[in-house]
Design a protein around this ligand. Structure first.
Ligand code: DGT
Ligand code: MG
Ligand code: MG
Length: 262
């Protein structure tokens, strides 16, 4: 086919193929969710409906993109880890990132009513997205440890913070509370929660304390064969949502997340 004289503009496009044989993390994060969560009156510090909606969207993303071996979500963010052998879109960064971020966002809007049946979506949410490459298995484990440690630190802080601000007996301003908590370590925060509010931090839901971990698990079922109805064993992989520790070794040895084939 003859080229038009305009076709030269294609040469201005940038080759953004990502390095081969490296773990690829796409992290998406809600745009101005400080405002979005206030506007939609999310429960503080954790809104179950919102966290479950985000998990639903992440599951949809994993069901579409089979190269994703693990996803981790907390607050308004989700990280998706693609296999180091992934060849999706010839590893072109913008194709991968924009598809993940837009699929997540469209599902967020589509499923809003299911998770917030009593609250109309007030305006269109958006998410940013970035890709980061990690060369070693240790790097990718440290990446997820970093995000889960962040979840823990923020959740502990936010739990105490909102207990103090919303305390019906002696409410404090946000500024006062920030000043009180500024120099406290995690032990002191646990102590305030327990002594003043009767809350044992370790008894709070794992959804809040650990975030959400999505990965693929093989399940086995016995079904009738189409030919003669005799029982046959079927195995398939499904995306599961857990709220477990991913900093220690147990999760990784049990699930062989990083052991994909070349
Ligand atoms: P950005 O990401 O630079 O566009 O700005 P933000 O405002 O999204 O900031 P970010 O991502 O650092 O912080 C997330 C905000 O979302 C933070 O203000 C806390 C809020 N948020 C996330 N999950 C919940 C929730 O379950 N309940 C409530 N009340 N707020 C939440
Ligand atoms: Mg954000
Ligand atoms: Mg965030």
């Amino acid at each position: 086919m003859a080229c038009s004289k305009f076709e030269y503009v294609k040469a201005y496009e940038r080759n953004d193929a990502l390095l081969p044989n490296t773990w690829l993390v796409v992290r998406i994060d809600g745009h101005s969710f400080h405002r979005f969560t206030q506007f939609h009156k999310f429960a503080k510090p954790n809104d179950d409906r919102a966290l479950k909606l985000a998990n639903h969207c992440a599951k949809k993303v994993m069901e579409e993109f089979h190269d994703i071996v693990l996803a981790y979500g907390q607050s308004d963010e989700f990280s998706f880890c693609f296999s180091r052998y992934c060849q999706l879109y010839k590893r072109r960064e913008s194709k991968i990132v924009t598809n993940v971020v837009s699929l997540f966002t469209s599902n967020y809007v589509m499923a809003w009513k299911e998770f917030f049946p009593d609250l109309e979506l007030q305006y269109a949410p958006s998410f940013d997205g970035r890709a980061v490459l990690y060369p070693t298995d240790q790097n990718i484990r440290d990446y997820f440890s970093w995000r889960q440690a962040d979840c823990h630190i923020n959740n502990l802080y936010n739990t105490v913070f909102w207990c103090m601000v919303l305390d019906p007996n002696s409410p404090k301003t946000e500024r006062e509370t920030q000043a009180i908590l500024k120099d406290t370590d995690s032990g002191a925060k646990n102590e305030i929660l327990f002594q003043q509010y009767g809350i044992n931090y370790n008894n709070l839901p794992e959804l809040y304390r650990k975030g959400s971990v999505l990965h693929r698990k093989q399940i086995q079922s016995i079904e009738a064969s189409a030919t003669d109805g005799s029982p046959v064993v079927r195995r398939r992989k499904v995306v599961v949502i857990e709220h477990c520790d991913i900093i220690g070794d147990a999760f990784w040895t049990e699930n062989q997340i990083l052991g994909g084939s070349a």
